[in-house]
Design a protein around this ligand. Structure first.
Ligand code: FAD
Ligand code: NA7
Length: 542
């Protein structure tokens, strides 16, 4: 029987979320530190992103061998994969296996939503209330609410009148039948491209409603042989060392060569090699060092992809609609024969920037030019209120009655993507202004730091640990400075919160790379948490 070490509290820690982040937090805090942990998720089971996003075609575009945990050597050896990239069902199976293997499920209460969390300054405890009407107290609150988890369904007139089936990709029910149906997809981001590619061969007709065309390169999906997998497995120590020391943590060395420093032929060859090898992050970061920072380099990469689109798509008018003219500075996308889809007779493309959707009717979608598209199923691949979306919809109250929602009105803050000044003992996983990478290694890095920090606080009898406002401000200034050195803020996307109507565009990531980020975390520990407010009374840990 676990006993609570925190005097006067129901639990030592409450963990929210059963994705990669929350699961690992429960393992670290409960299994390794012996803390008494209560965990909840509003889903019916573990998986997070991979529980919810069950749409056909859902795939991680991080390669299989590094879209996983690295913390357990046996787990790395025993869990197999078959292809270079893993699909949603495989990732969900993996996370279920992890939950079983580390006996994590018994700490969870599923189908339970966190509604309010309030910090009590007198006791140094968090009081957490759920939609089941339960309230529990704990010293530490760890939130793995997900950064691409709060779904965004645009408020389009008549959306409730549609008589067919309406589905958001991020809340995909089981048993959806698309075969032989007239299917509409709104959205052509990463998710839209995946669901479009998977639906085109089975739908009677697929109508794609595109607002902004996006660059897409091949993902390079292919079976991986037993020999290749064995080689990776024998090399995992070196692989993780490289991944965690790199910038984007996608398993390749980022290029150090500026695009314009080589001849036109050489540049074309390097882009072609990356196109043939596959991978969006690889195309953006392994080809040249300055595609995300230099206009000419960016344009060269963009031009290469634009030419490919013109070469692939047979109908010139459709090709033109599919060809982006803006910067190549959103999250880089990749897929399997995405542009080829538009050569099919049963697929049509509607430009809803030129002709916005005016309303959704009982039978389909109407655009402003008066055209009507009759549909049986309407799929919203319209993305997420990313990063802070799951936080600002909750009532989270810190010191002096300040709420996170109010504090982040002008755009989210966040220290290291983990903490927020005035919210002591609260630790976010993938909160605002954390690293922009392949995420499992960043999640692990954050959860390990959170776990070490909680241990530090408990060992020292620190009742409440808070980051000083000035420490946080310095971090945010760094994040803004690095973002401004890149072209990313110039493109409107979820990375800067520009995809949600009314949301203030702001810096939400540390774009300095995982290696530098990890060093920043280590420096904090080495400085004995200089830059933090440490209150020792009331002392709780026994
Ligand atoms: P999540 O997996 O999002 O888990 C958060 C959980 O918390 C969810 O189950 C949610 O329902 C629950 N929750 C939220 N609020 C509450 C509340 N108030 N009460 C109770 N429970 C709550 N990342 C990559 O690195 N590579 C990829 O290729 C990649 N592909 C992706 C493809 C898609 C379609 C999507 C949506 C995301 C992708 N991601 C990818 C990002 C992915 O979200 C992360 O890699 C990772 O799964 C995040 O794990 P997490 O535990 O932080 O959050
Ligand atoms: P994204 O990348 O935010 O894409 C959403 C798409 O939906 C994008 O094409 C949007 O067009 C489109 N959209 C959003 N609202 C509307 C309205 N009102 N009308 C028409 N079209 C609309 O989300 P994803 O789920 O694809 O990907 C998110 C991340 O998850 C991805 O990067 C991976 O990391 C996994 P817009 O471009 O805004 O014009």
């Amino acid at each position: 029987v676990e006993t609570t070490k925190t005097k006067g509290a129901d639990f030592d820690a409450v963990v929210i979320g059963a994705g990669f982040g929350g699961l690992y937090a429960v393992h670290k805090l409960r299994n390794e530190q012996g803390l008494n942990v209560c965990a909840i998720d509003n889903a019916s089971d573990v998986g997070g992103t991979w529980y919810w996003n069950r749409y056909p075609g859902a795939l991680s575009d991080t390669e299989s061998y590094i879209y996983r945990y690295s913390f357990d050597k046996d787990l790395l050896q025993e869990w197999d994969w078959t292809h270079r990239y893993i699909t949603q069902p495989e990732i969900l199976r993996y996370l279920n296996h992890v939950a079983d293997r580390f006996d994590l499920r018994r700490s969870y209460q599923f189908d339970t939503n966190l509604e309010t969390a309030k910090f009590n300054e007198a006791t140094g405890l968090w009081s957490v209330t759920t939609d089941k009407g339960e309230t529990v107290t704990a010293r530490h609150l760890v939130t793995g609410l997900g950064l691409l988890s709060a779904i965004n369904t645009p408020d389009i007139k008549g959306v409730d009148t549609f008589k067919g089936q309406t589905i958001h990709t991020g809340n995909w029910p089981d048993g959806v039948v698309l075969d032989g149906k007239r299917v509409g997809v709104i959205g052509t981001g990463s998710t839209g491209q995946q669901v479009i590619t998977a639906t085109a061969p089975i739908a009677k007709h697929l109508t794609v409603f595109q607002r902004s065309p996006q660059y897409c390169v091949p993902v390079g999906q292919a079976p991986q042989s037993a020999a290749e997998i064995a080689k990776i497995k024998s090399n995992f120590d070196a692989i993780w060392k490289q991944v965690k020391g790199s910038a984007v943590a996608f398993g390749f060395e980022e290029s150090t060569i500026p695009a314009m420093s080589v001849s036109d032929e050489e540049r074309e060859r390097i882009f072609q090699d990356a196109w043939d090898e596959g991978g969006g992050f690889r195309f953006m970061f392994a080809t040249f060092s300055d595609i995300a920072t230099d206009m000419d380099a960016n344009n060269a990469a963009a031009d290469f992809v634009r030419n490919k689109i013109r070469g692939i798509v047979k109908d010139p008018a459709t090709a033109k609609m599919l060809t982006p003219t803006d910067l190549y500075a959103k999250r880089p996308l990749c897929g399997t024969n995405y542009f080829e889809v538009y050569n099919r007779d049963n697929v049509s493309l509607v430009d809803v920037k030129a002709n916005p959707i005016s309303e959704i009717t009982a039978t389909g979608v109407k655009t402003e030019d008066g055209n009507e598209y009759e549909l049986d199923v309407l799929i919203f691949a319209t993305g997420f209120d990313a990063v802070d979306g799951n936080y600002t919809k909750l009532d989270i109250t810190g010191r002096n009655g300040v709420t996170l929602r109010d504090k982040w009105k002008g755009g989210p803050g966040g220290y290291l993507g983990i903490m927020e000044a005035d919210f002591p003992n609260m630790f976010m996983i993938l909160g605002p202004n954390g690293p922009f990478t392949n995420l499992p290694p960043s999640i692990e890095t954050q959860v390990e730091w959170i776990s070490d920090t909680i241990k530090y606080a408990n060992d020292k009898g620190i009742a409440s640990l808070d980051v000083k406002s000035e420490t946080q401000e310095e971090w945010l200034a760094t994040c803004r400075m690095i973002a401004d050195m890149t072209l990313f803020p110039k493109a409107d996307s979820w990375i800067f919160g520009a995809n949600i109507p009314g949301k203030k565009k702001s810096v939400m990531f540390y774009l300095g790379g995982l290696g530098n980020y990890t060093q920043a975390l280590k420096d904090i520990v080495a400085s004995d948490y200089d830059g933090f407010v440490k209150e020792t009374a009331p002392v709780a840990a026994e």
